[in-house]
Design a protein around this ligand. Structure first.
Ligand code: SF4
Length: 416
């Protein structure tokens, strides 16, 4: 629900965000509207459109409001998930213009992990205090590649999703890690099946812009990136009350209006079903070997504006941005209202952006503390979404229970 609430005598006792940004000398018309917001009240689409395009002079006001909104939501703490990244297969039937992860069969680096490889990485991560096994993989490669069908047959599975399900179950059974699968579009049946072996799952919405499907644009050869299909998967997860991670990708050819509308689409789904456990704001980084090699990256200022607008559109939702994609100035994302750094691995690279290493966890802690926050390790399911998972008896809830501390975060945090 979008409301812009004006000052009133009855509301005078409410602590206003205005108190926290009053010290700012510069007060634009956006600043005035932000000053009139009650804590926890989402901004309107109109205001979001103004803010995402605000001048450099207005940016400090926007950031102050976003940071105040974050503090109203989750004061004093920033979380992250210590993970291993398991690229189960990098074969994919889509060809997104910005992707360096995907391979065709026979290309250098094309690989489908064996169960032994999956378990070895998960066990190594367990020794380093990891609590998340992130399964990231290409979308339905067996539909276009006979080589993948042969691989799956050799492994004893009918499809990539059957194999993923078995690997989630293997990690859950054999280690203390909790799986978080990101396999692309999912049917209702597969959401139900995967939710039995993982406490949460994810699918980046990326954008609601159909324009990116046009010839020569980022998604022109990516049948699984049709926005309506992705929205359907996220909605189905909501109907099944599965804690869900999604987000937007900025800088892939979308407009500022598209960014706002993508965030609002996520907000609408969350208002309907209450299942969006986090929203990732991810910035495109260029690479030499991709079709979009010559596309400009979004600036740091664009990223700060997108994050701050996400926070103000969804003041009570976890907002995350990956630090490695904004290095060396990633701590400034804290000024824009994130409350989570996402998955950080002390073991495995970011296979999606391999040229951008994750920060060392000790560095991340120091930079987070320098901004006035405590860094805490969380599980792949956020504390406020635990009850749905724990209410279902079985291996999954036992494993989640064993990993929890009294705050609903990860039980222990070892030195990296
Ligand atoms: S971004 Fe995902 S869906 Fe697109 S090509 Fe890469 S692996 Fe496939």
């Amino acid at each position: 629900m979008i409301r812009c609430i004006r000052r009133s005598a009855e509301a005078s006792s409410v602590t206003r965000i205005a108190d926290k940004i009053a010290a700012l000398e510069h007060r634009s018309c956006c600043g005035t509207e932000l000053a009139d917001l009650r804590p926890g009240t989402p901004i309107s689409r109109d205001l979001a459109l103004q803010l995402i395009d605000c001048s450099d002079g207005d940016l400090p006001t926007l950031l102050a409001a976003a940071r105040a909104a974050k503090e109203n939501f989750k004061p004093g703490v920033i979380t992250y998930s210590r993970k291993v990244f398991l690229p189960l297969t990098n074969l994919c039937r889509d060809y997104c213009g910005y992707c360096t992860f995907r391979r065709d069969p026979g290309e250098p680096g094309a690989h489908t992990m064996s169960p032994e490889e999956v378990l070895a990485v998960a066990r190594a991560g367990e020794k380093l205090g990891c609590t998340e096994a992130l399964f990231s993989l290409g979308d339905k490669p067996e539909l276009i590649f006979p080589e993948m069908r042969e691989t799956l047959q050799r492994l004893g599975y009918k499809s990539t999703l059957h194999y993923l399900e078995a690997m989630c179950e293997l990690v859950l059974r054999e280690t203390s890690l909790l799986p978080h699968p990101n396999p692309g579009l999912l049917s209702a049946e597969w959401i139900a099946r995967l939710s039995a072996v993982s406490p949460s799952m994810g699918l980046m919405l990326e954008t609601t812009s159909n324009n990116l499907l046009a010839s020569g644009r980022a998604h022109d050869n990516a049948p699984d990136k049709i926005p309506a299909k992705r929205l359907r998967t996220i909605e189905e997860a909501g109907k099944q009350q599965v804690p869900f991670t999604t987000g937007l990708l900025i800088g892939i050819g979308e407009t500022l209006e598209d960014r706002v509308d993508t965030l609002i689409a996520i907000r609408d789904l969350h208002e309907s079903y209450g299942h969006i456990q986090e929203v990732i704001v991810q910035n495109f980084r260029t690479k030499s070997a991709i079709p979009m090699a010559h596309s400009p990256e979004p600036s740091h200022g664009e990223m700060l504006r997108a994050v701050a607008v996400a926070r103000l559109l969804m003041p009570n939702v976890n907002i995350q941005a990956p630090p490695n994609l904004s290095a060396p100035y990633y701590e400034e994302l804290l000024d824009a209202g994130i409350n989570d750094w996402g998955g950080i691995s002390p073991l495995t690279p970011d296979y999606i952006n391999p040229e951008k290493p994750w920060p060392h966890l000790e560095q991340l802690r120091l930079r987070t503390e320098d901004k006035g926050f405590q860094l805490r390790q969380r599980l792949p399911v956020y504390p406020e979404f635990l009850s749905a998972v724990l209410s279902r008896p079985g291996l999954l809830s036992r494993k989640v229970q064993a990993a929890l501390d009294s705050d609903g975060l990860a039980r222990e945090m070892r030195a990296a």
